[in-house]
Ligand binder design. Structure first.
Ligand SMILES: [Fe+2]
Length: 494
C-alpha cells in the first residue's frame, strides 16, 4: 500500500498521492450499517442510493490501463429511520468471473487494457469484456448495471446478486448495447403524461446508427427509432426535451489500424479534431409530428455529459453541457495515475441555444470553473430549471481533481460551493428532493467522498438550499472513484 504521508502543498489544495490512492482496487464485499461521524440523517430521507464504478484497477496484480476499464462494483446505501445501511458487490459479468478464476487478464478493453503477451496476443481479437461499470438504474422492477459498449446486467436489488444479461424481452438483440445515460422524463406529454425512461445505443460501423428507445414504467417499449449519421460517433450521453432527442457528435476521427493489430485499445485510436465542428442532431421524438431531423453545427470542444435541456419559444432549445477544449486522449505509454492535471483543459459548463428555424447555434460559457457530473432535480429533466449541481475543483481556476460540489443558480447567476479539500475527493452529486419540499432546491445532495488521509470513503449529505453539511457517515474502507448512480425513492429493498 502507498504510504499516507503526503500532505497538500500550499500551491495546490490536494495531495497527488492521496488522489492516486483513490484508484486502488477494492476487493472486499461487505454489508454493514454506516457509522455516523457528524450530524444526523434526516428521517424524511428514505430510499436507496445506488452507485456504480470501477472496483478493480488490477486483475490479480496486473494493472489495467485505464479506470474506465475496471470491473463494475455496485454500492448500495439504504436510508431508513435515520440509519444508513451499506452494501457493495461486484457485478458478476462473464468476464469478471473468468478473469478472477484464471487470475489474469483475458480480454482487451476499450480504454487500452490488453492481454499480457504483447500485440501478437491481442491482434484481431475484437471481443471486449462487458464490464458493467458506468451507471445503475432501477426501472420497471429491474435494477440494471449499465455500460455503453454492451447489454445491461440485471441485479437483485435486495442482495446485489447478478441475475444475468438483460435483453428486455428481446427488445435489445444479442450483440447490441444500451447506453449508460438513460433519462427518466417525469411526465411525458407525448406518452399520455406518464413517466418514461429514454435511452439510446450507438451501432458503430462505416457510418453510425443511433437507436433510441422509450419505455413506460413497466419497461414496455413505447417508441423506437433508428437514425443513421455519417462517420464515426463517440456519443457518451444525450439530452432530451418533451419533443426532441439531442445528440452532440464530437469531432473525432477513429483510426482502427492500431486496434486491429493489437497495439492499442479502441479509445486510444480516437483523435480529437478541435478545428472541426461538433454536429448536433435534433431528432423529433414523435415520428408522426411531421418534423424532420435537424442538423446543426457549432465548435463545442469535446463533451461527455449534458446537464439538462429544455425548449423555449420560437423553436429554440437550450442544452447545458460540460465541454472540454481538448479530448483527454488516452496515452498508451503512461500511467493514468501520473496525469498532469495542469496540462489538461478543464471541463466547463456551457449553454448552447439551438435555433431550429435558422439552424444556428449560440453558445455561452456559464461556469469556467473545472466541473463534471452535472445533476438536475429529477422533476426538471427536459424542462426549464433553475439549479444545476456538479462536482467541481476546489479552486476557481485551472484543472484539478473534483474536490467540491457546486450549485449553480441560473436565475441569479450565482453559485454556492461546498468543498472537501484538502483531503477529500468527491463523486457525482445526486440530488434527492424532500418529500414535502416546494422549491426546486428543497432537498439533499448526496456525494461519496474519498478521504485520502484516512484512505476511506465517507458518504456526505448536504442541504440542497445552502450546501451546508447535514451529516457525514463513515465507511470501513475506501471505494475507488466511481462514475454514476441513482436514487430510488423506495425503501423496501433489504
Ligand atoms: Fe457518464
Amino acid at each position: 500500500m502507498t504510504s499516507l504521508t503526503s500532505k497538500p502543498t500550499s500551491e495546490q489544495p490536494y495531495s497527488k498521492q492521496y488522489w492516486r490512492q483513490g484508484y486502488q482496487s477494492q476487493r472486499q464485499e461487505e454489508s454493514y450499517d454506516l457509522e455516523i461521524l457528524s450530524g444526523s440523517v434526516p428521517k424524511a430521507l428514505t430510499g436507496t442510493l445506488f452507485r456504480n464504478g470501477p472496483g478493480l484497477l488490477d486483475i490479480h496484480g496486473i494493472p489495467i490501463q485505464h479506470p474506465f476499464d475496471g470491473d463494475g462494483m455496485i454500492c448500495k446505501f439504504s436510508f431508513k429511520e435515520g440509519n444508513v445501511h451499506f452494501q457493495n458487490r461486484f457485478v458478476r459479468t462473464e468476464g469478471f468471473l473468468k478473469e478472477q478464476e484464471a487470475g489474469t487478464i483475458l480480454y482487451r478493453n476499450v480504454f487500452g487494457t490488453q492481454k499480457p503477451g504483447g500485440w501478437l496476443k491481442n491482434a484481431f481479437d475484437f471481443k471486449q469484456k462487458n464490464i458493467a461499470n458506468t451507471n445503475i438504474t432501477y426501472w420497471g422492477d429491474k435494477l440494471l448495471a449499465l455500460w455503453e459498449g454492451g447489454l445491461p446486467h440485471r441485479l437483485n436489488p435486495d442482495t446485489l446478486e447478478t441475475i444475468g444479461i438483460e435483453q428486455l424481452d428481446g427488445i435489445l438483440g444479442e450483440g447490441e448495447a444500451f447506453s449508460a445515460h438513460p433519462w427518466v422524463e417525469p411526465e411525458s406529454v407525448i406518452n399520455d403524461h406518464q413517466p418514461c425512461l429514454i435511452n439510446f445505443y450507438i451501432e458503430p460501423g462505416l457510418s453510425t446508427t443511433i437507436h433510441i428507445y422509450e419505455f413506460d414504467p413497466d419497461f414496455n417499449l413505447l417508441r423506437k427509432q433508428s437514425y443513421p449519421v455519417p462517420g464515426f460517433a463517440f456519443v457518451h450521453d444525450f439530452a432530451i426535451t418533451p419533443h426532441y432527442y439531442i445528440f452532440f457528435q464530437n469531432p473525432v476521427k477513429f483510426n482502427p489500424i492500431p486496434f486491429v493489430f493489437g497495439l492499442r485499445g479502441a479509445a486510444e485510436c480516437i483523435k480529437f479534431k478541435p478545428e472541426e465542428n461538433t454536429r448536433i442532431w435534433v431528432i423529433p421524438r414523435d415520428k408522426n409530428s411531421g418534423e424532420t431531423v435537424k442538423e446543426l453545427e457549432v465548435n463545442a470542444g469535446f463533451i461527455f455529459h449534458h446537464g439538462n435541456a429544455f425548449e423555449v419559444k420560437n423553436k429554440q432549445i437550450c442544452v447545458d453541457s460540460i465541454c472540454y477544449a481538448d479530448f483527454p486522449e488516452v496515452d498508451a505509454d503512461s500511467d493514468f495515475r501520473d496525469v498532469d492535471f495542469e496540462a489538461l483543459s478543464p471541463g466547463q459548463l456551457w449553454r448552447f441555444t439551438l435555433d431550429l428555424e435558422t439552424a444556428t447555434v449560440a453558445k455561452k460559457i456559464i461556469e469556467p470553473r473545472c466541473c463534471e457530473f452535472p445533476f438536475v432535480h429529477p422533476k426538471k429533466v427536459g424542462q426549464p430549471y433553475r439549479y444545476l449541481f456538479m462536482g467541481t475543483a476546489h479552486q476557481a481556476r485551472g484543472n484539478a481533481p473534483l474536490q467540491a460540489i457546486l450549485k449553480y443558480d441560473w436565475e441569479k447567476e450565482e453559485r454556492l460551493v461546498w468543498s472537501a479539500a484538502p483531503n477529500g475527493f468527491v463523486s457525482e452529486p445526486i440530488f434527492v428532493p424532500k418529500p414535502d419540499g416546494n422549491d426546486e432546491d428543497d432537498g439533499w445532495v448526496l456525494t461519496l467522498v474519498y478521504q485520502g488521509e484516512k484512505h476511506r470513503s465517507e458518504l456526505v449529505i448536504l442541504e440542497g438550499k445552502t450546501l451546508e453539511e447535514t451529516a457525514r457517515l463513515g465507511l470501513r474502507y475506501h471505494i475507488p472513484y466511481g462514475l454514476h448512480g441513482s436514487w430510488v425513492d423506495y425503501s423496501h429493498f433489504h
